[in-house]
Design a protein around this ligand. Sequence first.
Ligand code: 8DG
Ligand code: MG
Ligand code: MG
Length: 147
Amino acid sequence: EIGSTPVPRVAVVVFLLKGKTVLLGRRRSARACHATFALPGGHLEFGESFEECAVREVKEETGLEIDGTEFLTVTNNVFAQEPSPSHYVTIFMRAVLADDGEHVPQNLEPDKCFGWDWYDWDNLPSPLFWPLEKMVLSGFNPFPSQR
Ligand code: 8DG
Ligand code: MG
Ligand code: MG
């Protein structure tokens, strides 16, 4: 913010899993992340649990109802680029679609996203938003282990 010292913020983002696919949206932004593919998610609001934030953001951005929301991991992401630097502690959750709900994502924030779609985990689109890219390159897998 103008005239104030920047602080780290908390973001909650969601690996919404359907079969072997994950929901990604192509970001619309004035920043370097423009046109990269990212998970649904946003800022943790005061008083919210990670699960509540995940449910709310997915609903706001895609209209989808989710179930089985659980914590996966957290990463520290410093964005140095223009127009201003930002710093996010990003909480990664996973979830599945609610049984009784809609299964087709809607682009409810067209000013922030070109659209949502399901992408095969073994054939992800490019370019990925760099915090996500970093995780994929490290070998991270959001799917429950099959045993
Ligand atoms: P809000 O007003 O709805 O709370 O915020 P938003 O407009 O939905 O925020 P966002 O940019 O979608 O998410 C907040 C930050 O989370 C983003 O600027 C950087 C961080 N972030 C990651 N990885 C990902 C990701 O894969 N998807 C999204 N959406 N955000 C991510 O570090
Ligand atoms: Mg949002
Ligand atoms: Mg968002």
